[in-house]
Design a protein around this ligand. Structure first.
Ligand SMILES: Cc1cc2nc3c(=O)[nH]c(=O)nc-3n(C[C@H](O)[C@H](O)[C@H](O)COP(=O)(O)OP(=O)(O)OC[C@H]3O[C@@H](n4cnc5c(N)ncnc54)[C@H](O)[C@@H]3O)c2cc1C
Ligand SMILES: Cc1cc2nc3c(=O)[nH]c(=O)nc-3n(C[C@H](O)[C@H](O)[C@H](O)COP(=O)(O)O)c2cc1C
Ligand code: SF4
Length: 642
């Protein structure tokens, strides 16, 4: 047993867990629009429970319709919800997991389309991020919500959940009451620390009274809000023992709120694994109940060590459960090489939920959220399938087609498989993107799918071999607009810079401030190269609202990189980049000019396939240049259906 601490059992108020691995709450958007539990949600959660975690905490579940954070958040504000919710513990207990329901009220961090009314909050201060107007809660309304939490906990118990978690973190209603940042009341619920703590303590007491002393109840907190004017860790150290005295059996120690710079509640790849454990430790120092640590932990080794050091008693693995639902069992069995790692890219999960208003997915796991559809059966007739291109789309397609029983071969013109992931994994903090390639190749090897590298497929070769089906996953190649001087020998492509194909020279001018340009600038600065980025658009194409965008801007600025917007490049002449900004001609000298100005799909083989009447599918960037998510998901679907 490699991780003895992680795989030891623990008991929380009579609830014994088989191990200390927790799946923390993650809103999915899989619930029905009437806030009832869907087949999709049950299938998704069951798949995670099957993967081995001792404790699964469901996503947010609204105690009041006005507390919903997104339109299809599940709810528990009436007895009518009990039977539907009961499907969750019924299904998950089968796998030996204990199940807690997270009770939630979003307060001001929501919008009218979700709540059906103006959001309510301790004070009428709109959310900094969402900007929606909100109403201050009356004393009567506060009493109703305290009651709603208590009744909801009773219903969760009746539905067969093993425990409830109160959502006191991430800037939602309970957190809003605690914080001088969002609570500026002048009655008994605002002002002093003691007054701001009152609402949460009254909820804990009411919940405890409702469920009795033997039912596990705990709270999730943001140990530090990390915003100017908010509370900090010392406040939470003072408050934690008071919550225990009021009746909680454990504390789940998260961090940050919506306005925290750099999105630390769901920390991106830019943040160190286990960065928040010291706060869990600080809470453990002041309470005797178990503390659950969380924050960018996907490695069982990090978790095991954290428990060994006494930083936390249990460890939550959030997004890792989306990327690989089986990873706890794999860790238990020592199959670490088989784990598909979460990259903390946030693109498929939290950013889809928060910014795109879509249900969650995982960029790297096309099956996440599709569990309810079941597996495709093996085919009766195995086809000879050619996959052209070994980028994420091609590798994903090959895995899916081979799983259905087809005879698959992959062809890649470059020396190594991986496509653009070979360059995408080179900027600082992005090496995990490469791990997915390693993982895929391992899966393909296990299925005996050959990957032929340095083998460029031509139409002649297709005609000669006539495969029965083809998946075109040729990706995209970089393009540049017609600017005079771009053929100069000091002009290089960002991908070639990142993969080490060119010698770096300083100073560098990067043309284009999309993700590729920004990450290349970040990479060059990390190598000590002076960088100026010129971007035609007046505003940064990579915003600071996403966690990765925030950290990219911060690192580039800190390292002395210059970002110039509204800068239209007009020509390159003997090492000088000429550009027009604010109607003025300007110039920037460069020893190296790096282009990152977009890409164009490579679907040059399509015509031949049409003429030869070979069934084919075009996937990923070859269809249109987009992201890893689209490449992996489209590849998977094509492979399943071919
Ligand atoms: C620096 C950089 C950073 C990026 N960062 C991110 C990110 O953080 N998140 C994100 O979502 N996306 C990111 N992307 C984009 C992402 O990498 C692409 O969207 C994704 O790789 C597309 O996958 P694909 O398989 O469709 O194509 P590709 O990755 O381009 O793979 C296509 C493969 O086909 C091969 N090929 C082409 N023609 C032939 C032929 N005739 N015969 C044999 N082989 C052939 C190519 O050599 C290539 O290996 C980044 C891209 C770059 C360049
Ligand atoms: C898609 C998504 C939805 C989330 N929804 C919730 C939620 O409903 N309740 C909550 O307390 N935390 C929520 N979180 C935060 C996670 O529980 C967890 O604290 C966070 O992802 C950090 O853990 P990780 O680094 O292991 O992913 C969510 C995170 C993600 C990625
Ligand atoms: S989308 Fe990215 S961050 Fe989210 S679970 Fe998947 S790999 Fe992790």
């Amino acid at each position: 047993m490699q991780f003895p601490r992680l795989f030891s059992s623990i008991t929380i108020n009579g609830m014994t867990l088989k191990n200390r691995a927790v799946m923390p709450p993650m809103g999915t958007g899989y619930g029905n629009t009437d806030s009832t539990v869907s087949d999709r949600l049950v299938a998704y959660l069951s798949r995670r429970a099957q993967g081995g975690a001792g404790l699964i905490i469901t996503e947010v579940c609204a105690v009041d319709p006005r507390g919903k954070g997104f339109p299809n958040e599940i709810g528990i504000w009436s007895d009518a919800f009990i039977s539907g919710l009961a499907r969750i513990p019924d299904a998950l207990h089968h796998f030996g997991a204990k199940v807690a329901l997270q009770l939630h009220h979003a307060g001001r961090e929501t919008f009218e389309d979700a709540t059906g009314a103006i959001p309510e909050a301790p004070s009428a201060i709109p959310s900094v991020i969402l900007g929606q107007p909100c109403e201050s809660m009356s004393l009567e309304r506060i009493a109703q919500i305290i009651e709603a939490f208590a009744k909801a906990a009773g219903r969760a118990k009746a539905a067969g959940f093993d425990a409830v978690e109160l959502h006191g973190a991430h800037g939602y209603l309970l957190n809003q009451f605690l914080s001088p940042f969002s609570n500026q009341r002048d009655d008994k619920y605002g002002g002093s620390d003691e007054n701001r703590m009152r609402f949460v303590l009254e909820i804990i007491a009411a919940v405890r009274k409702e469920v009795g002393k033997d039912f596990p109840v705990w709270i999730r907190v943001s140990a530090d809000e990390l915003v100017r004017g908010g509370y900090d860790l010392s406040f939470m150290q003072k408050f934690a023992p008071m919550m225990v005295a009021a009746g909680v059996d454990a504390i789940h120690c998260s961090v940050g709120i919506y306005s925290t710079p750099g999105g630390l509640s769901v920390a991106s790849m830019d943040t160190e694994s286990g960065f928040n454990l010291f706060r869990a430790r600080a809470l453990k120092d002041v309470v005797s109940v178990p503390v659950i640590g969380v924050g960018r932990i996907n490695n069982p080794e990090v978790a095991d060590q954290a428990i060994a050091r006494g930083d936390a008693d249990l460890i939550s693995f959030g997004r890792q459960h989306l990327t690989d639902p089986d990873f706890i069992n794999k860790a238990y069995n020592g199959d670490l090489d088989d784990i598909r790692w979460c990259t903390a890219c946030n693109q498929g999960c939290i950013e889809r939920l928060s910014f795109e208003m879509k249900s969650i997915a995982c960029s790297f796991n096309p099956e996440c959220g599709n569990e309810y559809k079941g597996q495709h059966p093996k085919v009766d007739h195995a086809k000879r399938v050619w996959v052209i291109g070994a980028g994420p789309a091609g590798l994903s397609a090959a895995m899916a087609a081979s799983a259905r029983g087809h005879e698959v071969e992959i062809f890649e013109k470059e020396e190594k498989p991986g496509g653009q992931l070979l360059s995408a994994s080179r900027p600082p903090h992005k090496s995990a993107f490469r791990d997915w390639v390693t993982w895929s190749l391992r899966q393909l090897k296990k299925s005996s799918v050959p990957v032929h590298c340095q083998h460029m497929i031509s139409k002649e070769e297709i005609k000669q071999h006539m495969p029965e089906a083809v998946i075109l996953a040729c990706g995209a190649y970089p393009v540049t607009p017609s600017i005079s001087g771009l053929d100069s020998e000091i002009v290089v492509d960002a991908r070639d810079v990142l993969t080490g194909k060119v010698n770096l020279k300083s100073p560098a001018v990067v043309l284009g401030a999309g993700y590729v340009g920004m990450e290349t600038a970040d990479y060059l600065l990390s190598k000590g190269i002076a960088v100026t980025v010129l971007e035609m658009q007046a505003f940064p194409p990579v915003g600071k609202l996403t966690a990765h965008g925030y950290w990219l801007h911060k690192r580039i600025k800190t390292a002395g990189g210059r970002l110039l917007f509204g800068a239209q490049v007009t020509g390159i002449l003997t090492g000088d980049v000429r550009y027009c900004q604010e109607n003025t001609e300007r110039m920037e000298s460069a020893a190296m000019i790096v282009t990152a100005m977009g890409a164009k799909s490579d679907n040059s083989l399509e015509e031949a396939l049409k003429n030869l009447t070979i069934p084919y599918k075009i996937v990923g960037d070859a269809k249109s240049p987009r992201r890893i998510l689209e490449a992996i998901h489209e590849g998977h679907k094509a492979g399943e259906k071919i």
